[in-house]
Design a protein around this ligand. Structure first.
Ligand code: AMP
Ligand code: TRP
Length: 345
């Protein structure tokens, strides 16, 4: 598995033979800073080296249908697409599209579902957590990773930049592809996950033992900072972050809450760990928090400005998504055709 080392960028490949990067986010709410640090900032940072496919996985958002309102889902999908661009994804080069506009996704997902032993899906920790919280567990929630595998395998992705919580799904995608290849012939490419060394798992400000998540962000004030939060909310959330009674600011010795703040600062400023430890050592957590408020506010300002610009022209986003769907369909339908030949349907 690859790890992004922020101090040593990966060797660049020639534009003509760019490797393929693919990733996606569920349109289940406004993106938070964990999504940005763990995923989107990584996509933007690395995009020129690759041919990129960035999806809004709206079919995955249906796996807990009780939470869905059609109007909200449609609006959220557009918000996420606009945020991709606002975070620096170049829609002229990268393919930005809605998963639901490419019918090959659920089609290949069915074929892959048939190649996936139930035991593999039963082991998925995200399924276990989500199903414990749900009153009724839909079959879609269970087979969710087979749809994710289809998302990735349709585009012959080399790399999938995601947060740490997705590692198990990427491993499973490899296993499913391998099993398909064993049964029907070597065809599907096994992808690799790309994870940040620091920031791959941003924790809640209110509870540093819980991963920052969209669902908790909606119900608990102080849990997350969303990418569209105004400066006063950013300030309140960071100043209220749970730390500890001590004053330890070394990465390897800090409590989970303090380490979370240090890692956010590290990823956003790209300063080295020794420099950060030197800067914040012996000054109390108040100074770390105040500095982080400024850093986060400054990081989100251009994203929010760009977001306003994009959303002021709905036709622009319509155009991006239409072109994205067209480009994605061209690749995905070819893969699906090959797979159908291989399996005999
Ligand atoms: P989701 O919000 O589950 O749709 O996740 C979208 C992307 O953001 C995936 O690549 C996740 O791994 C990543 N992600 C979600 N939450 C976090 C977090 N707390 N820290 C780091 N990455 C995250
Ligand atoms: N399961 C991912 C998440 O919850 C979203 C996702 C769906 C995805 N399909 C994907 C991520 C393909 C990377 C590649 O965050």
């Amino acid at each position: 598995m690859s790890v992004i080392d922020q101090t040593a960028p990966m060797p660049s490949t020639k534009v003509q033979s760019r490797k393929v990067v693919l990733s996606g986010v569920q349109p289940t709410g406004v993106l938070h800073i964990g999504n940005y640090i763990g995923a989107l900032s990584l996509w933007a940072q690395e995009q020129v080296k690759y041919q990129n496919y960035f999806m809004i996985v709206d079919l995955h958002a249906l796996t807990i249908p009780e939470n869905i309102k059609a109007e909200t889902l449609r609006a959220n999908a557009r918000t996420v697409a606009a945020l991709y661009i606002a975070c620096g994804i170049d829609p002229e080069d990268s393919v930005i599209f809605l998963q639901s506009q490419v019918p090959a996704h659920p089609y290949l997902a069915w074929i892959l579902t048939c190649c996936t032993p139930m035991g593999w899906l039963e082991r998925m920790t995200q399924f276990k957590t989500k199903s414990e919280q749900a009153e009724t567990v839909g079959t879609g929630l269970f087979v969710y990773p087979a749809l994710q595998a289809a998302d990735i395998l349709l585009y012959h992705a080399d790399y999938v930049p995601v947060g740490e919580d997705q590692r198990q799904h990427i491993e499973l995608t490899r296993d499913i592809a391998q099993r398909f290849n064993n049964m029907f012939g070597e065809y599907l490419k096994l992808p690799e996950g790309l994870y940040r060394k620091s920031g791959a798992r941003v924790m809640g400000f209110d509870d540093p033992t819980a991963k920052m998540s969209k669902s908790l962000a909606e119900t608990r004030k102080g849990h997350a900072i969303t990418l569209l939060d105004p400066p006063n909310v950013i300030k309140k959330t960071i100043m209220g972050a749970v730390t500890d009674p001590g004053s330890e600011t070394r990465f390897d010795h800090a409590s989970p809450g303090v380490r979370n703040l240090l890692e956010l600062y590290e990823v956003l400023t790209k300063e080295s760990r020794p420099a950060i430890e030197e800067k914040f050592g012996g000054k109390g957590y108040g100074f770390l928090k105040k500095t982080l408020v400024e850093t986060v506010t400054e990081a989100l300002r251009p994203i929010q400005e760009k977001y306003q610009e994009i959303t002021s022209d709905p036709a622009y986003l319509d155009g991006v998504l239409a072109r994205g769907a067209e480009r994605a369909n061209a690749v995905a339908s070819k893969t699906l055709e090959d797979v159908r030949q291989l399996v005999g349907v």
